[in-house]
Design a protein around this ligand. Structure first.
Ligand code: PA5
Length: 434
């Protein structure tokens, strides 16, 4: 990968980047220290090398059975137990995978909210089809997936009777002792996969949390993990001067210190939309605490140039933009020539869409930087499983480094509990008084 700073050069503060070197290196040492002493959940840092080989073999085996056995695979989870798989699926196969796929089951997501209409639609869609379910919850007690799973468990038991157990897969933590979901799985005989105790939800895409649904979609897990291993090698060993991950984490802190409180992640690929969602969750839940943190938001261009593009160009200047670009994908149609040039597009005839898209990207960079927005261009290779694994690792490490430099704990999320407490009080959950 590369970081292209051409469109951030006008932002003179960036010249002070080397002043952040020591802090960035110290942050990496701190993270490595957590690996050694186990005091923070940083299992994801070494995961591309020390993942459980037997677990991966079981994941591949279960995925093959699911692909063969069902027409609809329902993945139930929220937050970090959902966004990794969702982002990988869309990135690798496109947002319309379910409609366009040539093989494998449709993959549908549930448990991300409490909307009855969504759930009812999905249950109706499943009627008359062969279904398997993967419920994913590290804690095993999160309300949204727990409620959705209660509906699906009932539905599966009614439809399949005892056979339901062989169609339900559970991904959950089992430390320090089996939790609610694990206990249920043991009682009912569901196959279980583990969320390692030392990996938090938003850092878990390369564990069973993401890997089982990603494998069911038909992706190559080996290439995904290889990509992550490559990133690990590069970003946990190289010094600041050649370490793009440390440099990016340092740039984020530099911008933030200089009053840029918001980071806009932008893409020129609709298939990367859900990577934007994954990034928002990763950074917001990791950094937004103690009255600090960069607010992450995302856009997909050129679509959003026709909406928030106006604001980016001329609105308040309180943000910087991180443009995440990829080399052209394999399929790259050419604009056809038209005998009668009625639409006036023959000036593009013979050009690939990637050529036009790249020019749109360059033009956007120029326009936004001229408008006073520093644009960092992060250039990744051609979209593939390997590229994706590399990207996940890059951003997970960048987030942990950046949060550590900011002086907060990037691995907890105390604020998420507030709404839950209020909701449980309203709903009269035992133990919560009004
Ligand atoms: O990153 C996190 O820790 C959270 O976003 C969790 O993934 C999310 O709250 C879901 O939690 P659980 O997997 O315990 O159901």
């Amino acid at each position: 990968m590369k970081i292209d700073l051409e469109y951030a050069e006008f932002y003179k503060k960036l010249e002070e980047l080397s002043a952040w070197k020591e802090k960035a290196e110290k942050a990496l040492e701190t993270l490595k220290g957590f690996v050694a002493d186990g005091s923070q959940p940083v299992g994801w840092l070494t995961l591309p090398e020390d993942y459980d080989k037997d677990e991966i073999a079981r994941i591949r085996d279960a995925a093959a059975r699911i692909r063969q056995q069902c027409e609809v695979f329902v993945v139930i989870g929220v937050g970090g137990s959902y966004l990794g798989a969702r982002s990988a699926m869309d990135f690798l196969w496109g947002k319309d995978r379910n409609a366009f796929r040539k093989e494998g089951p449709a993959i549908c997501f549930a448990g991300t909210d409490l909307d009855g209409e969504e759930l009812a639609r999905l249950l109706e869609y499943c009627e008359g089809k062969s279904v398997c379910v993967n419920v994913i919850s590290k804690s095993g007690t999160t309300t949204e997936p727990a409620v959705a799973f209660r509906f699906f468990r009932g539905w599966m038991e009614e439809k399949y009777g005892k056979e339901a157990a062989s169609r339900i897969f559970v991904t959950t933590d089992e430390r320090p002792r089996p939790g609610t979901l694990k206990e249920l799985a043991l009682k009912e005989g569901y196959e279980c996969f583990k969320v390692p105790g030392n990996i938090g939800g938003r850092y878990s895409v390369l564990s069973a949390v993401g890997l089982l649904p990603i494998a069911v979609s038909g992706a190559d897990l080996g290439a995904l993990l290889d990509g992550a291993a490559k990133a690990k090698e590069e970003f946990t060993n190289n010094p600041f001067e050649t370490n793009l991950c440390m440099q990016y984490a340092a740039m984020r802190n530099l911008f933030y210190n200089d009053g840029k409180k918001l980071e806009l992640f932008s893409f020129f690929r609709p298939a990367a939309d859900a990577i934007g969602e994954w990034l928002k969750q990763l950074f917001a839940e990791s950094e937004g605490k103690e009255g600090k943190g960069i607010y992450p938001c995302s856009a997909v261009y050129t679509r959003d140039l026709h909406s928030i593009g106006q604001y980016v160009q001329e609105g308040e200047r309180m943000f910087f933009e991180t443009m995440v670009l990829f080399d052209p994908a394999l399929s790259d149609p050419t604009v056809p020539n038209a005998a009668e040039n009625v639409d006036g597009l023959n000036y593009l005839a013979g050009k690939n869409l990637s050529y036009i898209n790249d020019n749109a990207a360059k033009a956007t960079c120029l326009a936004h930087s001229n408008g006073g927005v520093p644009v960092l261009c992060l250039r990744f290779p051609r979209p593939s499983e390997e590229c994706l694994g590399y990207l996940y690792y890059f951003f997970e490490l960048a987030c942990a480094l950046s949060g550590t430099m900011l002086g907060i704990n990037p691995f907890d999320q105390p604020g998420v509990e507030q709404y839950k407490t209020e909701m449980f009080r309203n709903l009269g959950k035992p133990g919560y008084t009004k």
